[in-house]
Design a protein around this ligand. Sequence first.
Ligand SMILES: NC(=O)c1ccc[n+]([C@@H]2O[C@H](COP(=O)([O-])OP(=O)(O)OC[C@H]3O[C@@H](n4cnc5c(N)ncnc54)[C@H](OP(=O)(O)O)[C@@H]3O)[C@@H](O)[C@H]2O)c1
Length: 297
Amino acid sequence: MKILVTGRGGQLVNCLVERTAGRAGFELVALGRSQMDLDQPEMLGEPIRAAKPDVVINAAAFTAVDLAEDEPEKAHTINAVAAGAIAAASRECGARIIQLSTDYVFDGTADGPYSEDAPTNPLGVYGRTKCEGEERVRAEAPDHLILRTAWLYSPFGRNFVRTMMHLAEDRDAVSVVADQSGNPTSAYDLADGLIAVLEAWRHGRTGLGGTYHLAGTGITTWAGFAEAIFDQCRALGLPAALVEPIAGADWPTRARRPMNSALNSSRFESDFGYRAPAWQVSLQTVVSRLGKSLHAI
Ligand SMILES: NC(=O)c1ccc[n+]([C@@H]2O[C@H](COP(=O)([O-])OP(=O)(O)OC[C@H]3O[C@@H](n4cnc5c(N)ncnc54)[C@H](OP(=O)(O)O)[C@@H]3O)[C@@H](O)[C@H]2O)c1
């Protein structure tokens, strides 16, 4: 099975490349900005046609949530228009499309974890453009799979775990928001979930598509996430800081964030037989790996 992935430099794709290395049955072609520039949606058909993939995974995105408020047109082109163009080109060459999406399509007012059919109501430009990207993918490619995830971290790129470990190198305490909750998700677990989808399709299990949620198992706040990071740092003899819990209202950001963006991933588990480990368990692997290369943080 040939799989074309966009967003080669990103967290998810780095983890997917590691997880599929040497795995029988998969040929992964990961393309970066120089081969597929999502700022130019009209140019995206050619590399897809040339690669002749069985599946296209669109993991590239404008993921800077606050910057998107200042660059809404760029975010719209990349997250919405390009997603639709990639889905259309995939359909035209007979490839299935997997579109990555986000918990930030929700407004965070629900009492519990969001299921796939909960109404969307994004609070900011990033969530709005990703939500429109979902709609364009549904319209362009009936045979799609939209996979919403949340609070991604990994040893790569910019993410909360790397930021906290970096801050602890020269601070005794950090203030962290304690009234927004969600599911910290290792990009390795998301990659494993994608492999479960690809294996299901490779073995001819048809009819599996539509919108799914896949996030780490368990819910916490950003402050709880930070405390777990530093607990694990202490256990490994790495720099750690104290967490001072604060309200989101006391930490103004350009974009509003949902108060509760926890996702219910049970539909994914029941269709693909994969459930992400407890988020604290997956976190250990990433903290310990980052600890071994602190200079790279
Ligand atoms: N990060 C999260 O917490 C989170 C949460 C929920 C959902 N998601 C979704 O999950 C997916 C993967 O996220 P991630 O954290 O792995 O993303 P990431 O680390 O921020 O990587 C995004 C990738 O997109 C690429 N990209 C941005 N603009 C581009 C353009 N114009 N043309 C081509 N490539 C471009 C970036 O390229 P450069 O390396 O060249 O900049 C980067 O490789 C995304 O769809 C995201 O929306 C992420």
